[in-house]
Design a protein around this ligand. Sequence first.
Ligand SMILES: O=C(CO)[C@@H](O)[C@H](O)COP(=O)(O)O
Ligand SMILES: [Fe+2]
Length: 220
Amino acid sequence: MTRSILISPSILSADFARLGEEVRAIDEAGCDWVHIDVMDGHFVPNITIGPNVVKALRPHTTKVFDVHLMISPVDQYLEAFAAAGSDIITVHPEAGPHIHRTVQHIRSLGVKAGVVLNPGTPAKMLDYLIDDVDLILVMSVNPGFGGQSFIENQLRKIEAIRKMIDKSGRDIHLQVDGGIDFTTAPKAIDAGADVLVAGTATFRGGPSAYADNIRKLRGG
Ligand SMILES: O=C(CO)[C@@H](O)[C@H](O)COP(=O)(O)O
Ligand SMILES: [Fe+2]
């Protein structure tokens, strides 16, 4: 089955001094979504950006803002990220006491809800969430940093989740994040992913290379 592949560049690898320009450059280069990694130095050992930056970037593109929250506790920040212009908010089950309630909360804000599985988290935990999410994200690195190596055994998890999604009959995106490059992208696609997050592989080579990088990641 051929499904269309979406590319969501992680702006973690962009030039932070020129973030607005970088977002416009990946938009013009043909990205589908913009992946925004939010880290708090507590849930993960790195600190990135908050809702004010998301809001400041919003006028630079009309593309989907795919916001990956790596903050704990997460619930108290959902309103701010929704109001800042997020289209999808993706949360880790370990980032709050009640993942099902968190997902319902995100949807109540008029935003699509994603759930993300760390490399050590089994697909099984989706059994009672799959009916309530719009996106499932498989981390193919441990969260916290760009530029890490793809963990190959996550391909089995992607395959298993693809079967769960197809069986559910629901329209759910299956996203993969971490170590996606021109070699690992086709493996993730073959396993059943339809949204690829790529930071290092999109931004490598500077703005003149973005369009080519995105096209190659998509398999073109
Ligand atoms: O969420 C994360 C890391 O925690 C990712 O979105 C990375 O930022 C992806 O970077 P690359 O592995 O593509 O460089
Ligand atoms: Fe991410």
